[in-house]
Design a protein around this ligand. Structure first.
Ligand SMILES: C=C(O[C@H]1C=CC=C(C(=O)O)[C@@H]1O)C(=O)O
Length: 435
């Protein structure tokens, strides 16, 4: 087969946050993903090829990306030894819901970057991808020049106004959901709501990353920059990590506040572990993920009791699930998404409830977001605790699992708490605040 794309690799010195931030501002399209579990970073810059998962057909966005990825892969020469080329991006939460507010990202977005940088504790590797060897070398030279020129970005953007959108009508929807669950039309549904923020000046992708990188917590951090939009997330939830013959999935559901002190955190955590309502909410997720993975003929292991995972201003019930066997990553994503931690149970009835009653368009919120390399290693998170920035306008999103015992006021507090880390990030540092 005629080769259309050429890949070259180059070892780099470790990138600083300032360099990563600077690079994000130099490219029109970019994606950066920090993985707190193994402290690795993927940075994707510029577009060599792109795919809009739900543009042509709304039926199976995963199949669309799979076909595109397979075609790209057949073109790959395996001369690269230290890291593999990858594709990165974000799927929609629900392709069947009409999207209006998401502009260029309304059909989801994946790309094969012109430059992809993988950084772990021991090495930083850049891979260029271009139509000719010469162009690839040019890209690597441009990268070196940007790294040499990088300086710390000093954005001073702050929040001018915040408003949580249509809280009363959301609370009514929660009550409707509780009624539907009590009438046994559903077992669980996850309902999300929005807050809108106006900034005094816009934030660049680099400035946002500079702020995100200061947050050292148990969450994944990603930023997707496309046209004039930036989608960012501080998500604690891994949908799937793909390793050869092994798959890791999080069951994350059941939430309480974190409290202000370690003592409070422990007390609240203890109560969360004892809460029947939250245990039911969590168990639905564990049982359903396990069931769906068993349908793929995988061997599954997980602890019988949930653990606690504290992140940002909340803590969750958490069960890590490991599955063994041969996996097709795209098939796994299609099988898992949305889990009952974002959709509900039964899946189709919950999705219909969300489409009919939630009253806004989730777009990429709650969609699988991450990367997959050409050796089929990869990681996808669930894009929660996220925000969409367009100029001075920011939309923030947060949802909560509704079960028979849910109380709409508690769910309002929970979703409010879930928005706080992102709000804090947008607030920026006040003039006299300590560094
Ligand atoms: C839908 C969200 O959280 C999900 C993930 C963890 C815990 C959840 C909960 O306890 O409701 C949600 O299922 C969100 O943060 O927007």
């Amino acid at each position: 087969m005629k080769k259309n794309l050429h890949y070259q690799e180059k070892k780099l010195s470790r990138l600083s946050t300032a360099q990563i931030s600077y690079l994000l501002d130099q490219f029109e399209t970019a994606f950066v993903f920090f993985d707190w579990e193994n402290q690795t970073l993927k940075l994707c810059l510029g577009v060599a090829a792109e795919c809009f998962p739900a543009k042509e057909t709304k039926q199976n966005q995963f199949l669309t990306v799979k076909n595109w990825y397979q075609t790209l892969k057949t073109d790959w020469n395996t001369t690269i030894t230290t890291a593999a080329p990858l594709i990165a991006g974000s799927f929609l939460f629900d392709p069947l819901k009409k999207t209006t507010a998401w502009a260029g990202l309304a059909a989801g977005y994946f790309f094969l970057p012109q430059l992809m940088i993988s950084q772990n504790s021991t090495q930083t590797i850049a891979i260029s991808c271009a139509s000719t060897v010469k162009n690839g070398s040019r890209q690597l030279s441009r990268l070196q020049a940007c790294l040499a020129a990088a300086k710390k970005t000093t954005g001073r953007a702050q929040i001018q106004q915040v408003s949580e959108v249509q809280v009363a009508s959301w609370q009514q929807t929660v009550q409707q959901a509780v009624a539907a669950i009590q009438a046994q039309r559903l077992a669980k549904v996850v309902l999300a709501r929005q807050a809108t923020v106006t900034l005094n000046q816009s934030l660049t992708a680099g400035e946002l990353w500079q702020r995100l990188a200061l947050i050292k917590q148990q969450n994944y951090q990603f930023l997707l920059k496309y046209q004039d939009q930036i989608f960012i997330s501080l998500t604690p939830e891994k949908l799937a990590e793909f390793q050869p013959h092994q798959l890791r999935v999080d069951a994350l559901a059941g939430t309480t506040a974190r409290g202000d002190t370690l003592n409070q955190q422990q007390e609240l955590g203890e109560r969360l572990l004892q809460s029947t309502k939250n245990r039911i909410e969590h168990q639905i997720v564990v049982a359903e993920i396990t069931h769906r993975l068993q349908e793929l003929a995988l061997k599954i292991e997980h602890p019988t009791e949930p653990q606690l995972l504290a992140t940002g201003s909340v803590q969750h019930l958490y069960t890590p699930i490991t599955a063994y066997g041969e996996v097709d990553p795209w098939r796994v994503l299609a099988q898992l998404h949305p889990t009952p931690a974002l959709g509900g149970q039964p899946q189709q009835a919950a999705l219909k409830f969300i489409r009919d009653f939630e009253g806004w368009d989730r777009g990429l919120f709650g969609g699988p977001t991450g990367w997959l390399d050409f050796t089929a290693k990869g990681k996808f998170t669930v894009a929660i605790r996220s925000a969409l920035l367009t100029g001075l306008q920011v939309h923030l999103f947060a949802g909560a699992g509704i079960v028979a015992d849910s109380d709409y006021q508690q769910e309002t507090i929970e979703t409010h708490n879930k928005m706080q880390p992102m709000l804090k990030l947008l607030k920026g540092r006040k003039k006299n605040e300590r560094k």
